[in-house]
Design a protein around this ligand. Structure first.
Ligand code: ZN
Ligand code: ZN
Length: 264
């Protein structure tokens, strides 16, 4: 099997939860190998002030957002400039976009379209924090996914991680909704190996493939040992009934302009 995966999802020291990974290290990999990958740090951990990088995950997320908009814009601009300066080989410049509970993006106006890759993630849900009934949790999930799509998300990262981590069931209906909406809105669904939920990933991959929704491959690397390890993704693809010969048809790749930008 010599398929060359594009890893849509990696973190650097710009993400507060990253461990031993550095932008310099990725740059070295890009310079010395033919690997293709996107650097996609958490937008909220850059936008929120350095002394409150987890502020987005609190009940004050909106207030804090309002109070740091100018600084947040500067920090995101500095982030993009830093990753662009390190970009070479098959490295792409992206973000893992967060949205507030009201659907606004945690990113300055006019900058998402300058990136090569825009992941979106449901990372914080007040309905889960406050143990609201299941129908409210699912409604908030759908609202955030719709908001992310409205902001131009290309890949929904680890679609159900937050729900599954909180032991919120992912119903067949919610899964079918996600795939249908991804097809309509034109984004891919990610198989993510950082926190693994194989049964759900197999089900999602099977339904997505049937519906013609692209499947993105992400390691969500937070520590070096995760980078370049696609064994989980291969396992999920095969368990979902997708042999390697079908991968070029089903797997998401960044759009051509982004690849050209990385090569230039
Ligand atoms: Zn994430
Ligand atoms: Zn991530």
């Amino acid at each position: 099997m010599d398929y060359s995966f594009c890893d849509c999802h990696t973190h650097t020291e710009f993400s507060a939860c990253a461990e031993d990974v550095t932008l310099r290290g990725y740059s070295e990999i890009a310079r010395t190998t033919s690997l293709s990958f996107a650097v996609t740090d958490h937008s909220a951990q850059i936008f929120y002030p350095p002394d409150n990088r987890w502020g987005f995950w609190s009940d004050n997320a909106v207030e804090l957002f309002e109070s740091c908009r100018d600084g947040g814009r500067e920090r995101i601009l500095d982030y993009i400039a830093a990753i662009r300066a390190a970009q070479c080989g098959g490295m792409l410049v992206g973000t893992e976009l967060d949205v507030l509970p009201d659907g606004r993006k945690v990113f300055p106006e006019g900058l998402l379209s300058t990136l090569d890759v825009v992941l979106g993630a449901v990372h914080a849900m007040p309905t889960i924090r406050h143990e609201r009934p299941l129908d409210e949790v699912h409604a908030e999930f759908r609202f955030q996914v719709e908001a992310l799509a409205g902001h131009g998300m290309e890949v929904l990262a680890h679609p159900y991680r937050l729900l599954l981590g909180a032991e919120v069931p992912v119903s067949d209906e919610l899964l079918a909704w996600s795939v249908r909406f991804a097809a309509d809105a034109g984004f891919a669904l990610e198989i993510n190996s950082h926190k693994q939920h194989p049964d759900c990933d197999v089900a999602m991959t099977r339904v997505a493939a049937e519906a013609g929704v692209p499947i993105a491959i992400g390691t969500d690397t937070h520590r070096r040992s995760e980078f370049g390890d696609f064994s989980y993704h291969v396992d999920i693809l095969e368990r979902a009934g997708l042999p390697p010969a079908s991968w070029p048809r089903h797997l998401w790749r960044p759009a051509a302009p982004a690849r050209e930008a990385a090569a230039g």
